[in-house]
Design a protein around this ligand. Structure first.
Ligand code: LLP
Length: 434
């Protein structure tokens, strides 16, 4: 499984962005996040071109929670995408990177007054409203600042996507958005339409993440158009925009069955058109908010193996040879949180047959498998391994657990490696201790 610009070079080493991964590890140390800049840019272009060929008025908004730093903001801005930020910290990052303000959208189930004020003062493109308290607080702030704020209203479309329960967000018991069944969504729309401080741009939904069954997106599109049509009938407001969120799956293992961006785009646009015809609703502009499917496959993590252990367990499905590497839960908590699966590659013997089963364990003070059964060539202490598809929700969910400093991140492209996030130091780890 090779992704983006990954390949094997003449030395038999893993190469990414035309950079030798052994050399990257030597120059920048391990663990190391490596971002394949060309792969990320190509994916941005593919998203834009695919949707543009099907529908004229589509906006692609990168969901920054997947991975955000100033360099990534700049890449996303250069590729002409908009940006979804989910917190004051993400907004601050975008503003510091000079991301065009009118292309920023603020999300969140509890945006504090400080976060709302920051968004308001920056004059961002839209705030996506999530609850009644927020409508009241934003109105008061907008009033005090004498501003009219562009907003969308987040709706829970009651679609249960087939994914890990912790990353499902549009189902009936979801904490996100306004529900239609209990009347909240309609009431929120009425409140916003009657608020002179708010300008309603349309409706938003997001049903979850790592979704490969396109019928869930189809169902969400239908639910959103049905809701917009009900609003039109009952309140006389015709939504000019529907943002259907992100959620398309990325490839983590060779046996992942994934729809293409083409199939995803066709499904969304077709569902939108069919639903609009059924409800006699004028076709609105469309926005999508991919995070993972834009950046996950562009990232890898390089680790160095510190020990190889033969463990005398009798579990039939787990390898008995364990590799202990110099990272784990603090740089990628996804295996623990969601039982996420990954693929490993031996870095210096990348073209050797990967047929020997290993359990790859992190170095933290708990049982923290990174991959339960990874296939690699014979691997020894000191060897480098790469975990693929760590571009999304790895650095962004990292921690200082066990007081490990966070790794560095380099962006590689056309044979050049650019340090975009420096490695934390022990000084950084104690920086806030009093
Ligand atoms: N829009 C909204 C409002 C979202 O909440 C999310 C993700 C996205 C877009 C982007 O979804 P994506 O295209 O990346 O699936 N930490 C979890 C994933 C949480 C996703 C949260 N929301 C994980 O590591 O799997």
């Amino acid at each position: 499984m090779w992704l983006g610009t990954q390949c094997v070079n003449a030395q038999g080493h893993l190469e990414i962005g035309s950079c030798d991964a052994v050399a990257l590890a030597e120059q920048f140390g391990t663990p190391l996040y490596v971002l394949d800049e060309e792969a990320l840019r190509a994916r941005c272009r593919e998203y834009r071109a695919t949707f543009a060929a099907l529908k004229q008025d589509v906006t692609i908004i990168y969901a920054g929670k997947a991975a955000l730093n100033r360099a990534i903001c700049q890449i996303i801005a250069e590729e002409g995408l908009e940006l979804d930020v989910a917190s004051g910290g993400e907004l601050y990052t975008a503003l510091q990177a000079g991301f065009p303000r009118e292309r920023i959208h603020l999300h969140g189930v509890y945006k504090t007054d400080d976060e709302l004020r920051m968004a308001l003062e920056a004059g961002i493109g839209a705030i996506v409203l999530d609850n009644f308290e927020e409508i009241a607080r934003l109105r008061a702030l907008a009033h005090a600042h004498n501003r009219t704020v562009p907003v969308l209203i987040r709706i829970a479309p009651e679609v249960e996507a087939d994914t890990h329960p912790l990353i499902r967000t549009g189902q009936r018991d979801s904490k996100f958005g306004f529900h239609w069944l209990n009347g909240d969504a309609l009431l929120a729309t009425e409140q916003v339409l009657n608020a002179p401080e708010l300008h309603l741009k349309g409706f938003h939904c997001h049903i979850g993440s790592q979704i490969s069954d396109l019928s869930a997106f189809q169902a969400a599109a239908h639910a959103m158009v049905a809701f917009a049509a009900a609003v039109r009938q009952q309140l006389g407001y015709t939504a000019p925009l529907l943002n259907l969120g992100g959620g398309l799956a990325a490839r983590y293992t060779p046996d992942d069955q994934l729809p293409s961006i083409q199939a995803y785009a066709e499904t969304l646009v077709q569902a939108l058109r069919t639903a609009c015809q059924q409800h006699n609703f004028p076709e609105p502009a469309l926005a999508v908010e991919p995070g993972r499917s834009l950046i996950a496959e562009a990232g890898i993590t390089l680790y160095r193996v510190g020990a190889v252990k033969r463990v005398p367990h009798d579990h039939p499905h787990l390898p008995r040879e364990y590799l202990i590497v110099d990272g784990g839960i603090s740089d990628n908590p996804r295996p623990q949180l969601y039982s996420a699966r990954y693929t490993a590659r031996h870095v210096s013997r990348a073209s050797a047959p990967h047929d020997r089963p290993y359990r790859i364990m992190g170095k933290h003070c708990e049982t923290d498998p990174i991959i339960d059964c990874a296939l690699l060539p014979e691997t020894r202490a000191g060897d480098l391994i790469a975990i693929l598809t760590t571009g999304a929700y790895a650095y962004s969910m990292s921690s200082n657990y066990n007081r490990y400093p966070r790794p560095a991140m380099v962006a590689v492209r056309a044979g050049t490696a650019r340090l975009i996030v420096v490695r934390e130091t022990y000084e950084d780890v104690i920086r806030h201790d009093q």
